[in-house]
Design a protein around this ligand. Structure first.
Ligand SMILES: NC(=O)c1ccc[n+]([C@@H]2O[C@H](COP(=O)([O-])OP(=O)(O)OC[C@H]3O[C@@H](n4cnc5c(N)ncnc54)[C@H](O)[C@@H]3O)[C@@H](O)[C@H]2O)c1
Length: 349
């Protein structure tokens, strides 16, 4: 895989964000010429510091995927297009559906049209969400499971996936369709708790604040360290049999929220938690236990997560301890009403 990216070109939409920046750095290390496209949408994960260590190697273009003429220009000559930009917040999608429709659906169509017209030879990878499944019918969840999304964010991801599949099947634009589970690790936004629950808990533990766990904390998820996620993206991009296919990217080792928090407290040697009742609204949105069946991607690419939970947490804490000032400021002694929401319920929890 390493050799396959040397001397190649890649465009990463959303490349200033959490997963996109980790992907950009890895590709640059592999000798790929990387261009990042990002609109730095407020409250999302875009952060210029994310690419600081490779700023001399990565070209950045601050524009929006909805700007068709910019996208038309940027896709030209790219061997790979990794499409990660979009509205990323489940909660926001429930109060305003239009950013999802405009960014995730129209934005994706703009990218695929640009590829069809200007670079049909490129290979495209799309990062959708495990939320496309909605509540699990049986566990672990494989790619054949029914899709019953519980939010507009998830519907828009599913729609984007189907749009890309049509361009793969009808227009021959080789594409990989990933459904990511809960990804955590360095370079995530740490400003608020509306999405990225595992990283938000890392912040609370590092600030020695108490985490509130809904119910008895027994709801199951599969957490995947961002380096493993990047590895899955690169492996599927370079495996011909993967084109046109959907893959779960997560972990087949389920972990409860309680186990997650206990592991964080153990690794950080600080932090605490308490149990709290679900609000009616949180309860209605909660899809219940979820963990991925990853046997398809393992069978077709050999990929398996390599970083266990405690190691991933330790690496994450190490990164933010070093670079905290670029991600959040220390909690002030502000009144409780102004304190950040410390609940578990987020878009992707
Ligand atoms: N992080 C996870 O756990 C997770 C789980 C499932 C799916 N995903 C998906 O993976 C992708 C990347 O997620 P992330 O966690 O890195 O999010 P992120 O918010 O850290 O990064 C997204 C980036 O996209 C940019 N962006 C958003 N809309 C844009 C637009 N219209 N034009 C140009 N740039 C735009 C943002 O400015 C941001 O830098 C998203 O599509 C997300 O839905 C992530």
């Amino acid at each position: 895989m390493i050799e396959q990216f040397k001397g190649k070109t890649a465009l990463i939409t959303g490349g200033m964000g959490f997963i996109g920046s980790n992907l950009a750095i890895r590709l640059a290390e592999l000798g790929c010429q990387v261009t990042v496209l990002d609109a730095m949408i407020p409250d999302y994960g875009g952060n210029e510091f994310n690419l600081a260590e490779k700023s001399d190697k990565i070209r950045v273009n601050f524009c929006d995927i909805r700007d068709a003429s910019a996208v038309d220009y940027l896709v030209r000559g790219q061997d790979y297009v990794f499409h990660l930009a979009g509205q990323v917040c489940h909660l926001m999608s429930l109060s305003n559906p239009f950013p999802d429709i405009e960014m995730n659906i129209t934005g994706t169509a703009i990218i695929m049209e640009a590829l069809r017209k200007h670079n049909p030879e490129a290979i495209c990878v799309y990062t959708g969400t495990r939320g496309q499944y909605g509540s699990s019918v049986s566990l672990p969840v494989n790619e054949e499971a029914p899709t019953n999304p519980k939010g507009i964010y998830e519907i828009s991801n599913l729609t984007a996936e189907k749009i890309i599949k049509v361009y793969n099947d009808v227009h021959g634009i080789r594409s990989v369709l990933l459904r990511l589970s809960n990804i955590y690790g360095p370079r995530s936004q740490m400003m608020h708790s509306r999405f990225g629950v595992a990283n938000w808990f890392v912040r609370l533990v590092m600030d020695n604040e108490q985490i509130q766990l809904f119910g008895d904390g027994s709801i199951l998820r599969d957490f995947c360290y961002v380096d493993d996620c990047v590895d899955a993206i690169l492996r599927t991009a370079t495996t011909e049999e993967c084109y046109g296919e959907i893959f779960n990217v997560g972990s087949d080792i389920p972990v409860s929220f309680l186990q997650l928090v206990e592991a964080m407290v153990k690794v950080a040697k600080q932090g605490s938690y308490k149990f709290t009742e679900f609000s009616a609204e949180r309860k209605a949105q909660e899809p219940g236990d979820f963990y991925s069946d990853i046997s398809k991607i393992e069978r077709m690419t050999g990929w398996r997560p390599a970083v266990d939970l405690e190691t991933g947490i330790a690496k994450t804490i190490e990164f933010y301890a070093k670079h905290r000032d670029h991600y959040w400021t220390k909690p002030s002694k502000a009144p409780a009403a102004a304190a950040p929401d410390k609940s578990t319920a987020t878009a992707r929890c």
